[in-house]
Write a protein that binds this ligand. Structure first.
Ligand code: ADP
Length: 406
């Protein structure tokens, strides 16, 4: 059973080929800077061979051509070897569990594009191109929202007139479900305790970022909402706002709804505050060199995470494990330290040496950075969203999932 997992971003396309007999990675790669100057394609095979080169690709279709050419020239004899392709999709609307992609599913995904305006167009384009190039494969959509279908109404509803909840289905659906599910299960495995007995707070901090409260293995609240904007300050996204401010700014600056979408999704967050970059490494470096705005962006980012961890602590009524993951959560000791500063009274403490020196890798995906006095286990985990996607895809193929709606 070979499954190809595809995760498409606006200018990137990541892929992983799994052998589901033992869940091993046969081949994995990333196309970056699609449609920009100097696109690249980097990959590694099961035997550790790596390659990285600049590529001529100008769009997702060309990236797929190169991807299929690379796979059939090596790990696959032919595309017929593939059992299925799992596609990452942000929002499936009424669909939450992974499903086979049919015209109905695709039209529901299209309907949700206004909720995920930066990601969905690339995801839809990628699905359409894949269906053309691999007409005989089973195509499965795996939604970022699936893990949060257990969030109760009281946490999901917005304080808007009831019709938006009842008639239009506008509710907080959350994202990064594959990551939150994987890292919470991995934390339980590491501690040798059943997940069902643990209260877990997970912080997935990458370009997109969210915090999640997990009780008995189920998500009961998360910081992202119905769109990809709520909650934390992100790379280029604003996070929580006073909703009253937006009509004021729209009138003052004569902005259209599309201008506002551009501002909130592309020009805000770390990039908007710092004026330096959306990339946390560059923000941290500038802050260290005394750049005031970069310092403020770093502080504001960490403060927001701290605030949400605090909120989730009350939601859960305590916490056994706190997990950091995602590019920032996994790699930035500064961010972890700032998030947990002053929280000793709540049972959190860090082992400073471990926080700075220990890293979570594929071969060693879980690292304990808790201080001796910490009542809460503080872990850094290398997330593996693609594996969660491949597993859900298997369930669809085997008929264990895919019939159920939200
Ligand atoms: P995506 O959400 O696109 O998958 P990632 O999870 O890869 O993103 O996270 C990207 C973020 O991780 C970027 O802000 C990047 O700067 C940050 N990051 C990666 N390495 C480090 C590091 N060593 N220190 C701080 N931030 C880092």
């Amino acid at each position: 059973m070979k499954i190809l997992v595809i995760n498409s971003g606006s200018s990137s396309l990541k892929y992983t080929l799994f052998n589901m007999a033992d869940e091993s990675v046969i081949f994995a790669g990333t196309f970056d800077r699609i449609g920009l100057e100097g696109p690249t394609h980097a990959y590694r095979s099961q035997d550790g061979n790596r390659s990285a080169h600049t590529s001529q690709i100008r769009n997702h279709g060309q990236a797929l051509d190169e991807l299929l050419h690379t796979l059939t020239g090596g790990p696959l004899e032919s595309l017929g070897d593939l059992s299925a392709v799992a596609h990452r999709v942000g929002h499936g609307g009424k669909y939450r569990n992974a499903v086979r992609i049919t015209p109905d599913v695709l039209s529901e995904i299209r309907r949700m594009t206004p909720m995920i305006p930066l990601h969905h167009p690339a995801m839809i384009m990628e699905i359409e191109e894949c269906r053309v190039r691999m007409p005989d494969a089973v195509h499965v959509a795996v939604f970022d929202t699936w893990f949060h279908r257990t969030i109760p109404d009281k946490a999901a509803i917005y304080g808007l007139p009831y019709k938006y909840f009842k008639e239009r289905g506008y509710r907080r659906t959350g994202f990064h479900g594959n990551s939150h599910a994987y890292i919470s299960a991995k934390a339980a495995e590491f501690l040798g305790r059943p997940l069902e007995e643990l209260k877990v707070i997970t912080c997935h901090l990458g370009n997109g970022a969210s915090v999640c409260a997990i009780e008995r293995g189920r998500s009961i609240d998360t910081s992202l909402g119905m769109t990809a904007l709520e909650g934390l300050i992100m790379g280029t996204r604003a996070g929580d706002l006073d909703p009253g401010l937006m009509p004021v700014i729209m009138k003052e600056d004569s902005l259209t709804p599309d201008d506002v979408i551009g501002m909130l999704y592309r020009d805000s967050g770390l990039k908007g505050i710092s004026g330096v970059s959306s990339d946390m490494r560059e923000v941290e470096a500038a802050a260290e060199q005394g750049n005031h705005r970069a310092h403020l962006a770093l502080d504001a980012f960490c403060y927001k995470v701290k605030r949400y961890v605090g909120a989730m602590l009350m939601v859960l009524g305590g916490c056994d494990v706190l997990v950091f993951a995602g590019g920032i959560g996994r790699n930035s000791p500064t961010v972890r330290q700032k998030v947990l500063e002053g929280s000793e009274g709540l049972g959190f403490s860090l082992n400073e040496h471990a926080n700075h020196s220990r890293r979570a890798y594929a071969d060693n995906p879980v690292v304990d950075i808790s201080g001796d006095a910490s009542k809460v286990k503080v872990l850094v985990i290398r997330t593996f969203e693609e594996l969660m996607m491949a597993r859900q895809c298997m369930e669809v193929i085997e008929g264990k999932s895919g019939r159920e709606h939200a």
